[in-house]
Design a protein around this ligand. Structure first.
Ligand SMILES: [Zn+2]
Length: 310
């Protein structure tokens, strides 16, 4: 049988074009699961099949790990609750006010003396600090929480988190979650935590979590930009601390659906906002609400916020 040369000449560029268009559509956001583009169909009239794409080499199977003879028993928990009330306190600076601090800076800054008084009050009232991982495991698996649980979070990874907050937390036997940035650590900015400080804090039981590579508004961004900021901070912190990053804090509390989609695909378990609230559910793990502690808070207003009376 004779091959129709014209058909063959036309079909090959058409197949390449379809393949190319497929590749282009796969590169646009949102990226679907990585299935190879279907090769274009070969016309049945052509007796000579078009060259099919070279199949990827079959990966060599890695050796099957030898199962442990004594598997760790999975703990059994009571059924998880539909919701749980836990205050997640939000701090920024804990230090003496710098000269000429404006109203915003004063609002964001709690003095070391006021902060210690707050920790002392929490300890006297029987509060137990938990991590966001503890909160997640309680809602997902029913893992029990201690009496009077509370989460302490510190945004932006300022240097005072190491010089002021960290030693005071240790003095009272508390832990906290710190949402950090990668770029100031990379350049060893004197106002921010270094990687070595984060490692020391993580080794002492503090949670170092993600706030983005940079402190930028993540709304209306490309897929690539979101991956850079969201996966980038996760990989950087995990590399430097050796501990997993599972939670994110939206810079300036700003996010959209694309941000949440990239967080989920990057393996995060949840994210905190700057919205007020203290009741959490499995459905709002990526919009966790917090209680803002201000520089103007007295010990009375602080306790009122902790106890949900404010
Ligand atoms: Zn921030």
């Amino acid at each position: 049988m004779k091959t129709p040369t014209v058909v063959r000449v036309l079909v090959i560029p058409a197949a390449l074009l379809l393949f190319f268009l497929g590749a282009v559509s796969f590169s646009t956001y949102p990226a679907p699961a990585a299935t190879p583009p279907t090769p274009s169909a070969t016309p049945t009239s052509s007796p000579t099949p078009l060259p099919s794409p070279t199949p990827l080499p079959t990966p060599t199977p890695s050796p099957t790990p030898v199962p442990s003879p004594t598997p760790t028993p999975t703990p059994t928990y009571p059924p998880p609750p539909d919701e749980v009330e836990v205050p997640i306190l939000m701090y920024h600076y804990v230090e003496e006010l710098p000269p000429g601090a404006d109203a915003i800076r004063r609002d964001l800054t709690v003095s070391p003396e006021a902060f210690e008084a707050q920790l002392q009050a929490l300890a006297e009232r029987g509060y137990h600090t938990i991590s966001l991982t503890d909160l997640y495991l309680h809602l997902a698996l029913g893992k029990p929480l201690p009496e009077r649980p509370i989460v302490l979070t510190f945004d932006d990874g300022y240097r005072d988190a190491y010089t002021v907050v960290f030693p005071l937390l240790q003095k009272y036997g508390f832990t906290a979650t710190f949402f950090v940035l990668a770029t100031p650590a990379h350049y060893e900015s004197p106002n921010y935590l270094t990687w070595a400080m984060m490692k020391e804090m993580a080794d002492a039981g503090m949670e170092i979590q993600g706030h983005g590579r940079d402190h930028v508004d993540l709304r209306n961004r490309s897929y690539e930009f979101l991956v850079y900021q969201i996966l980038g901070i996760k990989e950087a912190v995990e590399y430097h601390t050796g501990k997993p990053v599972r939670f994110f804090c939206y810079p300036s509390g700003l996010y959209d659906d694309d941000v949440i989609a990239v967080l989920r695909s990057a393996g995060y378990w949840g994210a905190v906002t700057t919205q007020y609230g203290r009741v959490h559910t499995r459905e709002n793990l990526f919009t966790l609400q917090r209680v803002r502690i201000r520089g103007t808070d007295s010990l009375e207003t602080f306790l009122a916020k902790v106890e949900g009376r404010y």
